[in-house]
Write a protein that binds this ligand. Structure first.
Ligand code: GLU
Length: 509
């Protein structure tokens, strides 16, 4: 097996938006390459034209860019092994299919889709699953059952065909996996997969192996769903005479639903209200929109930090890592074998952590933009002060307006539960009496304001809780929010009094 320089690849098919599982695969490849000073390649596997989705490739590239997962070779950036889009490498694959045919490691099959369907149905009727194997190929229409002349004549007459791998009978195929150890496969259970189609296109299996070889890939790090294909790939390396330099394999565990049973799907995200894609995606055929982490108010670093833990752990208690720290500590040995449950709450927790430590401009720029859209003019230092004060309550960047709007706009309604629980009988009269005093605080700073308000309430033997809760509900619209004196100071005494008057008029308990 390979002892060559570290070169890994992320090889998505542009069949739709990139699932977070795909981003994690790219991330692990990237960390591994960076750690070892190797190359990270982006190869687009678009041989299945029928599944091509416009915009998917651009989406993949933009997602990786947003995440800070840079590739140093591949689609868009070029490199010594260009082109990196398999559809542009089309001409390279046929020669390898021919080598396999010559060696008897592959054969022509002429069965039509209808014929195969009929056989499949026949098997199903007998409660069996049909596979094109050493056993069944004897009854099907291929260069084993047809004589050489007939095969030749059919090829010349332009009859549609596929080239299938000829899986040997009764062999144990060993796949050495860096995560799972030795995995043994019985060849008789493997399908004679199609390698090449008469439209001139290779299938995934052939193109993937040929490209990994030609691109001198040292490690194939990919999702567990590809493990069943690994013995087929091992055989292809062997048949093509490349076994000596075959890449090492590492099959990553699945990302599971939050409940733990089954693979995390878009439906789980829809059902439970979290994205399963890095960026928002609009389906080009249906116009359906799927939510994304970026648009959902996540910071890319937080997203990456959350993602890296789905299947890997550093072996210490540390949870927060910069990308460079991840590069330093990442090892394949610490990737687990079992599936990792996705935890939407933990994702929010990571984002909250990152918002606390991020540059404040991430919040203040966003808020400034919203204020501009709403034609609300506020001095920049006030916006910054508000963001500094409120960031601790913000888990998603998208929450910024909801959490701060009361600083800029009087509440239109008062939260019914807050009123029911915290607006006590007598509050209306007390607030009315308090208005002239609040007016008199116009020139006080937040500290003084706090003290004076406190002293006034004590001197007049008012109920502290009743007064504070009623003022808060008047100013904020609910019983949440930061320090009251700071709110009064920031929105101004005039505006505070206006809001209190409005609340006194509108709230009747
Ligand atoms: N094109 C495959 C995919 O879409 C790549 C699998 C592999 O990495 O070998 O996931």
């Amino acid at each position: 097996m390979s002892t060559k320089a570290i070169r890994v690849r992320f090889a998505p098919s542009p069949t739709g938006p990139l699932h977070i599982g795909g981003v994690r695969t790219a991330l692990y490849n990237y960390l591994f390459a960076k750690k070892h000073g190797g190359d990270f390649i982006l190869r687009i596997e678009d041989t299945d034209q029928g599944r091509f989705v416009p915009g998917a490739e651009e989406y993949i590239i933009e997602s990786l860019r947003w995440c800070g997962i840079d590739f140093n070779e591949g689609v868009g950036v070029g490199g010594t092994h260009a082109p990196y889009r398999q559809s542009e490498r089309k001409e390279m694959y046929r020669q390898y299919a021919d080598i396999l045919l010559e060696k008897g490691c592959a054969y022509y099959a002429f069965d039509t889709a209808e014929e195969l369907d009929a056989v499949r149905k026949q098997f199903e009727a007998e409660k069996k699953t049909f596979q094109y194997t050493a056993e069944t190929r004897k009854q099907l229409k291929n260069s084993f059952t047809l004589d050489a002349d007939t095969t030749k004549a059919m090829l010349i007459s332009g009859q549609a065909y596929v080239i299938r791998i000829c899986i040997p009978e009764n062999e144990t195929i060993l796949v050495n996996d860096l995560i799972r150890g030795e995995v043994h496969f019985q060849s008789s259970l493997l399908d004679d997969k199609v390698l090449f189609k008469s439209d001139g296109m290779p299938t995934y299996h052939l193109a993937n192996v040929v490209d990994d070889h030609l691109m001198e890939i040292s490690h194939v790090i990919r999702g567990e769903e590809w493990l069943p294909s690994a013995p087929l790939h091992v055989l292809l390396y062997r048949f093509l005479g490349w076994e000596e330099t075959m890449p090492h394999f590492a099959h990553l565990p699945l990302i599971l639903k939050p409940e733990g049973n089954g693979k995390l799907s878009k439906r789980d995200g829809d059902r439970m209200g979290f994205p399963v894609f890095p960026l928002q995606w609009t389906d080009p055929f249906t116009g359906d929109i799927s939510s994304g982490y970026r648009e959902g108010g996540y910071l890319p670093d937080a997203f990456i930090n959350m993602l890296v833990f789905l299947g890997w752990n550093p072996g210490t208690e540390q949870e927060l890592f910069t990308m460079q720290e991840l590069i330093d500590v990442f090892t394949i040995e610490r990737i687990g074998k079992s599936g990792a449950k996705f935890d939407p709450e933990k994702a929010r927790w990571f984002n909250h952590q990152y918002i606390q430590h991020a540059d404040l401009s991430i919040l203040s720029d966003r808020l400034t933009e919203i204020l501009k859209e709403k034609h609300i003019e506020v001095p920049n230092d006030t916006v910054i002060k508000i963001c500094e004060m409120m960031k601790e309550r913000i888990h998603l960047l998208t929450e910024i307006w909801d959490k701060t709007n009361f600083f800029f706009l009087a509440p239109e309604t008062f939260d019914a539960k807050s009123v029911k629980d915290k607006w006590k009988t007598g509050a209306n009269d007390v607030l009315k009496e308090l208005l002239p005093f609040i007016h008199s605080l116009a020139n006080s700073n937040a500290e003084e304001l706090k003290e004076k308000l406190h002293d006034y309430i004590m001197e007049h033997q008012l109920n502290m809780g009743l007064v504070m809760n009623a003022i808060r509900i008047s100013l904020v619209g609910s019983s949440s929010g930061p320090d009251l004196a700071t709110i009064i100071h920031l929105i101004g005494v005039e505006e505070s009094c206006r809001r209190i008057e409005k609340a006194v008029q509108e709230i009747t308990t």
